[in-house]
Design a protein around this ligand. Structure first.
Ligand SMILES: Nc1ncnc2c1ncn2[C@@H]1O[C@H](COP(=O)(O)OP(=O)(O)O)[C@@H](O)[C@H]1O
Ligand SMILES: [Mg+2]
Length: 287
């Protein structure tokens, strides 16, 4: 792997070299993909196939939505793509490189390029930290020299329509749900990722704040050229934001296509049922 990678230092011990991500690999617009990805869990002696032979492609500078009801395997798929959970079988490819078993330095590089935002943004953070200290901790992860940190924070807050002045001195509970979620997007952007994975990131927001965050994600694609994987149980949100939609049912992808194809000529009964719950999707397509 990475035979042509020249930026990786040789292991002085002469042992096997850690794999590194090969940057600037040309040829093809597909940034991230998975092939036949499967995850089985054993629960109380029986086997659950949470993700069942899923193959998806994420073209550069696009939004792909994965939509399906609760329990359809979306988060398990996300965890595997993020390399937070091993796959039972199948492969994950990033920039043409098999990253399924990447480890060490290569995996750490992967984790800077593929960032995630989840549903409950501050659940895992100490509520006594200000937003400023939360973002600076993010900055130390990004290995940016300290004197560049404030500029980077301001830049990334700018991408989500926030300013340091109105944000940094506040505690999480002093922000609205939409502001908190935008802070988490800003924090992810500080790593300068290529891919942003949002797993139900807008699910807990009320309608107005949700549209606001969806529009921020839309602008990130256009302005930063990002690739966004948007995971939701809500086909309305999926169709509002995404260029392409994949529909998951019981671990399998049962429908995939451009957003227009999925809205105007759904093939799977499951997709038709999801669509029937959303009254006026045709008018909500984002241009
Ligand atoms: N760690 C786990 N151990 C056992 N079963 C799990 C685990 N994580 C998820 N599952 C099961 O896998 C299926 C898919 O779950 P999940 O990926 O969370 O779906 P979704 O995100 O679409 O709601 C569910 O049946 C869930 O109970
Ligand atoms: Mg989930």
């Amino acid at each position: 792997m990475s035979e042509n990678s020249t930026d990786a230092p040789r292991d002085p011990s002469g042992g096997p070299r850690e794999e590194t991500l090969t940057r600037s690999r040309g040829g093809g617009d597909i940034l991230l993909s998975c092939q036949n990805l499967t995850k089985e869990f054993s629960v109380a002696g029986s086997k659950i196939t949470a993700v069942d032979d899923v193959s998806l492609e994420f073209p550069e500078t696009s939004v792909l939505a994965v939509v399906g009801e609760s329990g359809s395997g979306k988060s398990t798929l996300a965890r595997m793509l993020l390399r937070l959970m091993p796959a039972t079988s199948g492969t994950i490819t990033y920039r043409g490189q098999d990253v399924t078993h990447l480890h060490g330095r290569g995996l750490r590089e992967y984790w800077t390029e593929v960032q995630a935002v989840f549903q409950d943004p501050f659940a895992s953070y100490n509520q006594f930290f200000t937003v400023g200290s939360l973002l600076r901790r993010g900055h130390s992860l990004a290995k940016v020299p300290a004197d560049e940190a404030d500029a980077l924070i301001a830049e990334c807050l700018g991408y989500v329509d926030m300013t340091p002045k109105e944000t940094l001195h506040k505690f999480p509970h002093q922000l609205s749900g939409g502001q908190r979620q935008r802070v988490m997007v800003a924090r992810a952007l500080m790593m300068r990722p290529k891919v942003l994975l949002a797993d139900e990131a807008t699910s807990m927001l009320d309608a107005t704040l949700r549209v606001n965050v969806l529009n921020v994600l839309h602008d990130l694609k256009n302005e930063l050229g990002m690739t966004i994987l948007f995971i939701t149980h809500d086909i309305g949100q999926a169709c509002y934001l995404a260029d392409r939609v994949a529909v998951m049912e019981q671990g399998r992808v049962v429908e995939r296509g451009t957003t227009e194809e999925v809205i105007f000529s759904p093939q799977a009964d499951y997709t038709k049922r999801l669509l029937s719950d959303v009254p006026d999707l045709r008018g909500s397509l984002k241009s």
